[in-house]
Structures are given as structure tokens and as C-alpha cells.
Design a protein around this ligand. Structure first.
Ligand SMILES: Nc1nc2c(ncn2[C@@H]2O[C@H](COP(=O)(O)OP(=O)(O)OP(=O)(O)O)[C@@H](O)[C@H]2O)c(=O)[nH]1
Ligand SMILES: [Zn+2]
Length: 329
């Protein structure tokens, strides 16, 4: 079944308490296509938002868009006091339908906006950015070295709640040109989908092309790979480090967005260590498998075998007889 339109044609909201937590409830009516031959049918959907974190408990609407629509409709909804929680208590929907013009409570004070000079950067700015994956906030900064970094955020970013984060390093060939040599482009888009499904999170887009060596040197390394070198060997033959990235700007950007604790989508232990060293708490590391295909298996294997990346990068690849595990190598 495919959604033709998930934007609510009518929305109302209320608030209640569930299990000691404050919840907002949004009831939406949206159009649903039941099939090409059948007319659009109306469907009422219910979405619950945790007041403290802005996390979305989803209904049957597609997750990212549901969260988006909920956030938009709730932007002016007012926090209402609920009764003390009791064991038999269920979500209580208040009977009124609130207009969206009410003042926004601080607990749901999203979307975040960077100041003109965020700490650690010389400039910063934010705007809305609708994407194929969902409606994000785009944040741009310039660091002290003149590098421009970006972040996409979605939903409420509560400093007390671990936020789903993807730390992406620029890869022009993969991100923009669809290179099949690496997995960067598919990972970028899969990460945005994960954030949209979670209803909240941050994708950092760091200008660390070629693991920090820059585009020209990455192309020189690729030329050596054309002659048979692997990704590590090629860098070494050029007298370049295997990996020249650092994660201070990533940590500064997270802090500027109000994020202190993260659930990090990565297979690279250096990203976890780099963020931790820069003062961000990584409470969980999650795999981000995307873009694995026969043509980039050598590249993915080299990352796990020579660069120490977690082997769950190899999507379904650790089946006996098919690939070597790290221990086998
Ligand atoms: N120098 C060099 N850089 C590469 C090569 N292939 C990809 N890159 C760069 O590597 C960066 C992505 O890093 P990866 O090592 O693929 O993966 P990662 O982001 O560290 O790890 P994950 O978080 O698990 O995705 C991007 O900046 C790419 O431009 C290569 O062969 N040589
Ligand atoms: Zn790449």
C-alpha cells in the first residue's frame, strides 16, 4: 500500500498523561490511497508526542512524515496539566480542539536555530529544509579554519535524552555523483530515513572529504586504487595518513544544537572515541548498513580488516564460507 498524501487535511490536538509522562495527542485526518483503481479514502490517525522529549509514538502514518505533520500541527499547542498517573490510567484526550496559534512550550521548543556565532564557530545560520526523507532544519556553520559544515536536525533535541545522530564525512563522488566505489551516498540517504522514522535526530555533514585529505588527494589515491592498491595502501604510498579526520567540530556542532548524549549510527570506532574525547557522550552505537554491492566489497572489507571498523558493516556478509571475519583474517 502506498501513501499518496500524508499531509493532514484536518488536525486537532490535546494533551494528557500516560505512565507519569506528559503526552500530546494529535488526531489527524489524511487521505490514503487504497489502490490505483480505488478512490482515496479518508483515515483518522492518532499520534502521541512525549512532551519532555518530543518523541513521536506513531500511528499508521508513515513515520517521518507523521512526525513532521505532528510537529507542525503541535507547534502552537499549549501544555495542559494532567492528573497524577495511576495504574489504570490510559491516554486521556482532552475534548477541546486547540488552535495552532497558542504559545509553544519550552519542552517542545523545536526546531532549533543556531545563533549568528555559535560557540566554536565563526558563523552560523539555520532554516527549514524539506527533503525526500522528511522536513528537516538545515544548520550551517563556518569553523575557525574556514570550513563550512552542515547539520540536518529533526524534532525536539532534548539535552537529557540521547539523540539519534549520524556523523557523515563528505564524499563528493559518493554523495553527489553516486559513486559505486564506496557506500557513502546510500548511507547518507539511509541515515536521513532513520532519523525521519525516529521522529528526531541529527545528521552532521562534515567537510572532511577523503577522510580529511581533501578531494584532490582522494582522487590521487583512487588512481592508485585503479592500479590495485587498497584504500589504506594508496594513502600510504602518497605519504598521507590513513585517516586525517578529527571530531572537534562535530562535537561543537552537536553542542550548538543542544545535544550532549547521542546514539551514534556508525561502524567506525574512531568516531565514537573522537566524540567522547570532545565531550559528547555516546550512549549507544548503531550500525548503518546501506549501499553494499559486489563492486564495493573490497572497500568495505578493507575498512573492517585494516581500519578496525566494526564488521557488522558487512551486511549479512559474515555468513560462513562467504567472507572472512576479523578473527579469520
Ligand atoms: N582517502 C580516501 N578516502 C576515502 C576513500 N573512500 C572513501 N573515502 C572517504 O571516506 C569518508 C567516509 O569514511 P569511511 O571510512 O568510508 O566510513 P566512516 O564514515 O568512517 O564510517 P561509518 O560511520 O561506519 O560510515 C568520506 O570522506 C569519503 O570521501 C578512499 O579510498 N580514500
Ligand atoms: Zn564515499
Amino acid at each position: 500500500m502506498r501513501w499518496r498524501s500524508v499531509w493532514p487535511s484536518r488536525a486537532c490536538s490535546g494533551a494528557g498523561r500516560l505512565g507519569g509522562l506528559g503526552w500530546r495527542e494529535l488526531v489527524m485526518t489524511s487521505s490514503r490511497m487504497l489502490g490505483a483503481a480505488r478512490p482515496a479514502a479518508k483515515r483518522r490517525s492518532r499520534i502521541c508526542i512525549e512532551a519532555a522529549s518530543g518523541r513521536c509514538r506513531r500511528s499508521s502514518l508513515r513515520a517521518g512524515r507523521a512526525a513532521d505533520a505532528a510537529a507542525a500541527a503541535l507547534a502552537g499547542a499549549q501544555e495542559l496539566p494532567g492528573p497524577p498517573p495511576g495504574p489504570a490510567q490510559r491516554l486521556r484526550t482532552l475534548p477541546h480542539r486547540s488552535p495552532v496559534s497558542r504559545p509553544m512550550p519550552t519542552a517542545l521548543s523545536f526546531p532549533p536555530t543556531l545563533p549568528d556565532r555559535p560557540a566554536g564557530f565563526v558563523r552560523g545560520a539555520s532554516c527549514d529544509l524539506p527533503t525526500a526523507a522528511g522536513r528537516f532544519r538545515l544548520h550551517a556553520v563556518v569553523d575557525a579554519r574556514g570550513r563550512e559544515h552542515a547539520a540536518l536536525s529533526l524534532g525536539a533535541l532534548d539535552p537529557g535524552t540521547p539523540v539519534l545522530v549520524r556523523l557523515h564525512s563528505e564524499c563528493l563522488s559518493g554523495d553527489a555523483f553516486g559513486s559505486l566505489k564506496c557506500d557513502c551516498g546510500p548511507q547518507l540517504h539511509r541515515a536521513l530515513q532513520h532519523l525521519a522514522e525516529a521522529g528526531a535526530g541529527v545528521l552532521l555533514y562534515l567537510r572532511q572529504e577523503g577522510r580529511g585529505i581533501g578531494l584532490v588527494d582522494k582522487v590521487r589515491a583512487y588512481a592508485l586504487q585503479d592500479q590495485g592498491a587498497d584504500t589504506v595502501e594508496a594513502n600510504r604510498r602518497l605519504g598521507l595518513p590513513d585517516d586525517a579526520r578529527d571530531y572537534a567540530a562535530a562535537a561543537d556542532l552537536l553542542r550548538a544544537l543542544g545535544v550532549q548524549r547521542v546514539r551514534l549510527l556508525t561502524h567506525n570506532p574512531a568516531k565514537v572515541q573522537g566524540l567522547q574525547a570532545a565531550g559528547i557522550t555516546v550512549v549507544e552505537r548503531l550500525p548503518l548498513r546501506a549501499g553494499s554491492h559486489p563492486g564495493n566489497q573490497g572497500y568495505l572489507r578493507t575498512k573492517t580488516l585494516r581500519m578496525g571498523h566494526w564488521p557488522d558493516l558487512l551486511d549479512g556478509a559474515l555468513r560462513p564460507g562467504r567472507w572472512q571475519t576479523v578473527e579469520d583474517a
